[in-house]
Design a protein around this ligand. Sequence first.
Ligand code: ATP
Ligand code: MG
Length: 285
Amino acid sequence: MDEMLTARDIRFAYEEGGRLAIDGLSVQVNKGEFLAVLGANGCGKSTLAKHFNAILLPTAGKVLVEGMDTADEDRLWDIRQKVGMVFQNPDNQIVATVVEEDVAFALENLGVEPGEMRRRVDEAMELAGVYKYREKAPHKLSGGQKQRVAIAGVIAMRPDCLVLDEATAMLDPIGREKVMRTVRSLNRDHGITVVAITHYMEEAAQADRVVVMSGGKVALEGTPKEVFSQVEAVRALHLDVPQSAELCHELTAAGCPMPPDLICVDECAAALYKLLTGKEAPAHG
Ligand SMILES: Nc1ncnc2c1ncn2[C@@H]1O[C@H](COP(=O)(O)OP(=O)(O)OP(=O)(O)O)[C@@H](O)[C@H]1O
Ligand SMILES: [Mg+2]
């Protein structure tokens, strides 16, 4: 399978000889994949994210972006273009006083010619669902809308990969859902590889694969079902599992025969229906 991002046994300390924030971590992200990264506070998630577009370079080991070594200065430009980053606080990512100017900002700095820039900015605003706000002042938008403006600014660069570092953490549930819907559509419909660092288990449950970090290493890795069915192991890493997984786990512990790997609400509801009525749940749609 084609690799988008590869970290090979990387180590990183913020101070020379200091504590390792990343301590022997290997991970691979395939092209087109949606990977969620989980882990308790301070386990190194943001440090890892910053390795994926060469904001940080590993002290030992290698990080490759589509085969390009992030330590290779000649490729820095290409690497930054391939991997777009979205951070937690939308206010820190807005630079202009009008939405469409904000989305165009990075392209302007690249010297993209005006016609091409117009096309890319419009397309990016459409994809991020902010086209209708294009003439508005960003500071008048909600947190979720601002975060989608930030995503549009990144998408306008036509990256192959988006790295989101808790991009929904400061949003209300509606803003969060809209941002996630945008990100999922960029992944599914436009083939953009996504690495989403999150504290929301329900977001991670929708990923193709989940990596759980602890102490600068990978502690658990697998599909959401594989990871979240290990309820005790996930809790030992100071994390929760999605509520559906928790409910199924409790019911099983109490002697109810629930299937072992239910992580989303619909599946859980269908299993409960079957348990209570003895019949298959009616399909709804
Ligand atoms: N700029 C910095 N200088 C020194 N140490 C840092 C710096 N940034 C992070 N650290 C330390 O590196 C370790 C990993 O931090 P990091 O921010 O990557 O964790 P995280 O998993 O993103 O945490 P959170 O969930 O709180 O965002 C922590 O011990 C943190 O204190
Ligand atoms: Mg962080």
